[in-house]
Design a protein around this ligand. Structure first.
Ligand code: ADP
Length: 579
């Protein structure tokens, strides 16, 4: 049997559903009102479905019934320079076209003429999942750029101080430091280190918006600062003065870009005003702090500038102190390492010296006890060893003394006329016995005298260093020396076929204590080439090495021949130099 009325249980269910719907409607309305953000929901036809009171407060308009072509009645979307933004690219229109608009900053000129800066998003809404949205939801909050009053400024500086003082690895602190400033003081920032004469690199970069942060980092990777390109660095690297630009136009940014892709990345960052402060330590520009505001936010003021300058001053000081400390630690490390090697090197000749003398003493005592004569041959043999070791010790100590003389600027030269070819021959002669011991052939090609004015002992020292290295690192292969004149320049070349030097080590072997071999395989203090270069430079000349690992080395010495008479330059007219 059927009745015309719904059963009681059905009526209960409908009532319960209505009550539930009313409750969730009320909850939604509450939520919409209480978010603290402007919320606008409109359908694709422009009918406004939701417009909360915060939207009314921000836009200064009552709830409109319809929004025509993405415009808010009586309002204009505007850019940094107060120019109107065409409605086709307004956030609402773009979202209506299906493009999500995330965390952007917009300016809106309201009916009363005031401009409000908003930050927000507009989401296309498609309940059925279709590509074309059935409506859009706008969320926006008024961007109250924090006014940096004295208290906030002081707090920021204190936080920065704590960061800078926390660790020695100051460069690692640069990103957290920028994050203190972004977004409090700026919307984006980059910290550069270096100066215009040398290479400049970006050590930290931050953009307040995640997507733009990625673009900023990508841009700096693909287009790193170029100190050779005058447009590649902010002018403050040259002037050392703070720069401020209230309105950074698109044309200006495009002009700074190196190519179209660079321009695209740069413009995608939305930069609209700029503040650049140099980092200056001990009167030298060591980098720059560069800050930006975006999307038409008000430009930087005097207070912002003062704060950025104070922060840069502290950052520069901290970076420079860290550098000095690093250098001091490195110097102490090198000194300790050197002391270790030096004591080892000084000890090495002492042991055979000690043993030989001890042995000789015992033999002499024994012979005397037996009333036998001491063999002159044996004594002389022992004394030979003793002398060799004493010579080694003397040369080590001389090297150390030379380094302290050079460091103190006390390297004195006594110039006299001499023949480089004879000096080379003389040194070669001295090395003949040790070369023979190593079964290594020594060759000199010096067909004519090469006269010049040099310090004899120092010149001998230089040739000795080069030749002893060629034998020491020469792996027993032939060593060839040549001397020639080239106008007012004398050239001496020492070539070996030994172990060679890798391209990585080559630049540092002329530095103090620098070595390219292990102490275990080859003894040495790493001072010979350092002293050589210092002497050669004191003569006004150069010494250069070319080498390949395992394929031998060539050292070329070039010396100005000094103030010698013109006729000496031609060999035929050259007199024999005084001995
Ligand atoms: P030392 O020989 O006491 O180490 P040097 O200053 O004379 O110091 O040389 C520095 C380094 O340069 C050496 O340790 C060695 O690694 C490298 N070197 C110098 N001369 C040669 C050479 N002829 N062949 C290969 N390596 C060399």
């Amino acid at each position: 049997m059927s009745s015309g009325r719904a059963p009681l249980s059905k009526i209960h269910q409908v009532l319960a559903e209505r009550a539930e719907a009313r409750l969730s409607d009320a909850a939604l309305r509450l939520l919409v009102e209480q978010t603290g953000e402007a919320l606008v929901l409109m359908d694709a036809m422009g009918t406004v479905l939701v417009f909360n009171s915060e939207a009314g407060r921000q836009f200064r308009i009552p709830m409109p019934e319809r929004l025509e072509r993405g415009g808010l009645p009586g309002c204009d979307w505007v850019r940094a320079d107060n120019m109107s933004v065409p409605l086709e690219v307004s956030p609402l229109t773009r979202a209506l076209m299906g493009e999500p608009v995330r965390e952007e900053r917009w300016g809106l000129r309201r009916p009363d003429g005031t401009v409000v800066v908003l930050r927000g998003s507009v989401f296309p809404v498609s309940p059925d999942g279709s590509l074309k949205p059935s409506g859009v939801l706008l969320r926006a909050r008024e961007e109250l750029l924090p006014r940096l009053d004295a208290a906030r400024g002081a707090k920021l500086l204190a936080e920065a101080g704590a960061l800078l003082g926390a660790e020695l690895e100051t460069e690692a602190q640069m990103e957290p430091l920028l994050r203190l400033l972004v977004p409090t003081l700026a919307d984006a920032g980059v910290l550069f280190l270096g100066s215009s004469g040398e290479s400049v690199r970006a050590v930290a970069a931050v953009h307040a918006e995640p997507e733009r942060h990625v673009s900023l980092v990508e841009m700096l990777c693909r287009y790193p600062p170029d100190s050779l390109d005058p447009r590649g660095l902010p002018a403050l690297f040259l002037t050392g003065r703070t720069e401020r630009t209230a309105e950074l136009s698109e044309e200006h940014q495009v002009a700074l870009a190196r190519d179209a892709e660079h321009a695209r990345l740069l413009l995608s960052l939305g930069l609209s005003s700029y503040l650049g402060v140099p980092l200056v330590a001990r009167g030298r520009i060591i980098g720059a702090l560069v800050l930006y505001r975006t999307d038409g936010a008000p430009g930087f003021g005097d207070e912002d500038e003062r704060l950025a300058e104070e922060l840069s001053r502290r950052t520069a000081l901290s970076l420079d102190n860290a550098r000095l400390l690093r250098e001091a630690r490195e110097a102490v490390r090198l000194r300790d390492e050197f002391l270790g090697i030096a004591s080892h090197e000084l000890k090495t000749p002492l042991t055979p010296l000690h043993l030989k003398v001890q042995l000789l003493q015992r033999q002499v005592e024994l012979l005397a006890l037996n009333g036998k004569p001491v063999s002159a041959e044996r004594v002389s043999e022992t004394l030979e060893v003793v002398q060799r070791q004493v010579r080694k010790l003397t040369s080590l100590v001389d090297n150390l003394l030379d380094v302290s003389r050079i460091t103190a600027g006390r390297l004195k030269l006594e110039l006299e006329e001499m023949d480089l070819a004879s000096v080379a021959a003389e040194i070669l002669y001295r090395f003949a016995p040790s070369a023979a011991q190593l079964h290594c052939s020594l060759e000199l090609h010096a067909p004519v005298p090469v006269l010049g004015r040099w310090d004899r002992l120092r010149l001998e020292q230089v040739v000795t260093n080069l030749l002893s290295n060629a034998l020491k690192y020469g792996a027993g292969k032939p060593v060839r020396m040549s001397v020639e004149a080239d106008g007012r320049t004398a050239r001496l070349t020492v070539e070996d076929g030994g172990i060679g030097i890798s391209a990585r080590d080559l630049p540092r072997i002329f530095e103090r204590f620098e070595r390219a071999v292990s102490d275990r395989h080859y003894g040495g203090l790493g001072l010979g080439l350092y002293i050589t270069r210092q002497i050669v430079e004191a003569f006004g000349g150069t010494v250069k090495a070319t080498s390949e690992l395992g394929a031998g080395s060539t050292f070329v010495l070039e010396l100005p021949r000094g103030d010698i008479p013109e006729e000496w330059l031609s060999v035929a007219g050259a007199p024999e130099p005084s001995p």
